[in-house]
Design a protein around this ligand. Structure first.
Ligand code: PMP
Length: 357
């Protein structure tokens, strides 16, 4: 087709590709790191009794009750909390707000594949730093001149957690730029860098309700940083869309934060399942970085990743596979319920020829 004149001015981007969301009756969905358990019982109760009349009005643009609930839970001031439509929205706003330098922002070569998409969208120069052979971040890489730093901890899709001294080494070397630590998977056995906020006013910690709080469908994410950073972030948000968080998400989100016992119970169950699946995958001939997330990034010693991926799919078991440098032999397997993982392991036991395990 001919290119039209107006197309010269189009902001062209290659969009991020999310994991597919098939909806088949008996499928086992282990491809997008969702929580296999329902949201907290109080959330269900509230959802069933949601005040529909309130939908007539615009929601609270400050998301005040949710901000207050998070501030109380994480022992920070409400002025240090910013809430968005999933952590994707929060990170996207943070890119727009804080990454505005001629120098490249830095992030790992193998990481959440939305970072380069946002950088391209906002025309932010970026440079990736290769993870070490063992998939760990090398903090030395983050000593070069840059316009900001972002990395997930635990990293995705490796699941590897960096100890706080590694994160602090990066923070120490980058006091003049904003450092974003994306803690989407922190609740599955990692240790949050939140306490470092007292020392570093350029640190922004991002978390989400999508994984550990079983609310991917509602889209709630948040970040915590210095009051000054949150003010800048709000200025950009209010210049973009005042009412990002809808009313149901705001009220149901508060309820999810309140039920800490349920949160600890479900994350604890996922961790327990993950640890036993690690043993079973090892017995089947898989190797993987030692995940502290709600997924395992595994490679088989003889069978190619895409082959196992396709075989699983035929059985309606969905995992994630990328045809990308360094990771094409790997499958990212979300931790489901024990029953779902039994099905996966059962299939693999049949599929992998004896002697190859
Ligand atoms: N960060 C990382 C590392 C992720 O894997 C994801 C999930 N795709 C997100 C952020 C975004 O999650 P959400 O927008 O659902 O909060």
């Amino acid at each position: 087709m001919d290119t039209m004149k107006w197309e010269e001015n189009v902001r062209r981007v290659v969009p991020y590709v999310a994991g597919e969301q098939p909806n088949r009756p008996k499928m086992i969905k282990l491809n997008t790191n969702e929580c296999p358990y329902p949201p907290a019982p109080g959330v269900r109760k509230l959802a069933e009794n949601l005040n529909c009349d309130a939908l007539r009005l615009y929601p609270d643009s400050n998301t005040t009750p949710l901000v207050n609930a998070l501030a109380e839970y994480y022992h920070v001031k409400p002025e240090q909390v910013f809430v968005g439509v999933g952590s994707d929205d929060v990170i996207s706003m943070a890119f727009m707000t804080f990454f505005n330098s001629e120098k490249p922002i830095l992030f790992p070569d193998v990481t959440y594949s939305f970072y380069d998409v946002w950088a391209e969208l906002y025309r932010i120069p970026y440079k990736t730093c290769a993870l070490k052979e063992d998939w760990h971040i090398d903090p030395v890489d983050y000593r070069q001149p840059n316009g900001g730093v972002i990395f997930p901890n635990p990293n995705a899709p490796t699941g590897l957690f960096e100890e706080l001294d590694v994160v602090e080494e990066i923070l120490e070397a980058n006091r003049d730029v904003v450092v974003i630590v994306d803690e989407a998977y922190i609740d599955f056995g990692g240790v949050s860098v939140l306490p470092l906020l007292e020392k570093y006013d350029n640190l922004l910690v991002v978390q989400t309700f999508s994984k550990s709080r079983a609310m991917a469908g509602l889209r709630i994410g948040f970040c915590i940083g210095s009051e000054k950073m949150i003010r800048y972030l709000n200025d950009v948000k209010y210049s973009f869309n005042s009412y990002t968080m809808n009313y149901p998400a705001q009220v149901l989100g508060v309820e999810a934060v309140r039920d800490d016992a349920y949160f600890k119970e479900t994350t604890g169950k996922i961790i327990k399942t993950r640890e036993r699946v690690k043993k079973e995958l090892t017995e089947l001939g898989f190797t993987f970085p030692d995940s502290r997330a709600n997924f395992i990034f595994a490679k088989h010693k003889t069978i190619p990743g895409d082959q196992i991926f396709r075989a699983l799919r035929e059985r309606d078991i969905y995992v994630r596979h990328w045809n990308k440098p360094r990771i094409s032999e790997y499958l990212r397997i979300t931790i489901g319920t024990d029953e779902e993982m039994d099905e996966l392991i059962g299939f693999l036991r049949e599929y992998i020829p004896t002697g190859n395990a």
